[in-house]
Write a protein that binds this ligand. Structure first.
Ligand SMILES: Nc1nc2c(ncn2[C@@H]2O[C@H](COP(=O)(O)OP(=O)(O)OP(=O)(O)O)[C@@H](O)[C@H]2O)c(=O)[nH]1
Ligand SMILES: [Mg+2]
Length: 389
């Protein structure tokens, strides 16, 4: 295959889309479809950036900047409208480029670049939602994880030290995973406690329907918000408890089932209770579903007299925040708790972390090695191994 091309930025997510093109014929194709803004012939020396237009049969598709990334490897930066990226990809196909996904493309060129972690960073960058996570990932490619692994190679005989370091990086990586992929936070709890009101307040929009009728939320509503360095995918769920009027309602039963399913994949549960009511009768299946999650108990309606006795609550209460969505009291404290429970402050962009399943798998093996030879193999695999795509 002489040329491959892929859109390497997230689809429809930014002002700019990047299409990368690599292979023996890449330059020949660019010379056919790119008109430089300057009159003289385009100079595609590695490291240059050229401004001009991509055109097809005399018609301009878009104004672009072309980065000459490496030998026979170029990046076409066009406007972010997905239709433009699609039109350029179609044009490249007409010129016999093989169109690939982001992962396939980087996997294809990974043999020539020889730094697997750097390639993984490039792939991951297309999905990242915060600047902090971008810096964290970029730092792994030259310093961070790569630097640590290179250091281990020099002292592969010191296996106890390597085991301890690998285990420590793995532990940090769990928090990093939430910072990179975002935190899946699910708002759960009994009916009418204020779950949908909380979602609306946190995203600043009336996304979910709020009424004083128990069982208002049937289908879940999800929103995306950014809290400082943390990207949160926030999902509202149907109340999970026995509502006499709805007990035989098929829709209600399905909604409750769906709520439990959503909880399965949650990184964090915001467990909302109505503090103006007596202690809730929580179902065992709900307590089970949240047992091993990070939980913040949110005692809502603090503007009303409290009837809740915190000590009798049948859920883990490591973190409890009293709020009133009506008055806004306690909302800042809740946001702070969310950041704290996700360990946002504990992560430094310069420290080594593992950000792909491949890296985590190898570190897990490294944390259990019993010979220097095995350590050597695993570290080399970490630095220069095949991508898992
Ligand atoms: N007094 C008071 N009322 C509140 C507060 N937060 C929400 N409410 C009211 O509580 C009622 C229920 O709110 P929702 O947000 O619909 O509750 P929910 O948990 O989503 O309810 P379901 O979808 O039925 O499970 C509404 O009438 C809200 O206006 C609060 O802080 N104080
Ligand atoms: Mg609701």
């Amino acid at each position: 295959m002489s040329v491959s091309a892929a859109v390497t930025t997230a689809k429809g997510a930014g002002a700019i889309s990047t299409i990368e093109l690599a292979g023996d014929e890449a330059l020949a194709i660019l010379e056919k479809i790119f008109k430089p803004a300057r009159k003289e012939k385009a100079d595609f020396t590695i490291g240059s950036i050229l401004v001009g237009t991509i055109a097809e049969a005399g018609h301009d598709i878009d104004q672009v900047a072309i980065g000459c990334e490496a030998d026979r490897h170029f990046a076409i930066h066009c406007h972010g409208n997905p239709l433009i990226a699609e039109a350029i990809m179609k044009l490249l196909k007409k010129h016999n480029a093989t169109l690939l996904t982001n992962e396939q493309f980087f996997s294809d060129i990974s043999n020539t670049e020889n730094n697997t972690i750097a390639i993984e960073a490039k792939i991951e960058l297309a999905n990242i939602k915060t600047l902090f996570a971008t810096k964290l990932i970029l730092n792994q490619a030259n310093t961070g994880l790569v630097k640590s692994a290179k250091g281990w190679l020099k002292e592969a005989k010191n296996i106890e030290k390597i085991k301890a370091k690998a285990a420590a990086i793995l532990k940090k990586s769990e928090n990093a995973r939430i910072m990179i992929a975002g935190c899946k936070a699910v708002i759960a709890g009994p009916a009418n406690s204020g779950k949908s009101s909380l979602l609306n307040l946190l995203c600043g929009k009336d996304k979910a329907i709020v009424t004083d009728i128990e069982g208002t939320t049937r289908d879940y509503v999800a929103v995306e918000i950014v809290l400082e360095n943390l990207f949160l995918e926030l999902t509202d769920t149907a109340g999970i408890d026995e509502i006499p009027a709805l007990k035989s309602d098929a829709i209600e039963k399905t909604s409750q089932k769906k709520s439990l399913g959503t909880l399965e994949n949650a990184d964090l549960v915001l467990f909302v209770l109505d503090s103006s009511k007596g202690d809730p009768q929580l179902q065992d299946r709900l307590i089970e579903a949240i047992a091993d999650k990070k939980i913040i108990a949110v005692l809502n309606k603090s503007d009303l007299p409290s009837k809740l006795t915190k000590t009798s609550l049948p859920i883990r209460l490591d973190k409890v925040v009293s709020i009133s969505i009506k008055t806004g009291e306690g909302i800042d404290a809740l946001k702070e708790q969310i950041l704290r429970i996700c360990c946002v402050d504990e992560l430094d962009i310069y420290e080594p972390i593992a950000f792909t399943p491949r890296q985590r798998g190898l570190l897990k093996q490294l944390s259990k090695i019993n010979s220097a030879d095995k350590a050597n193999l695993l570290i080399t695999e970490l630095l220069k191994g095949q991508l898992n795509v």
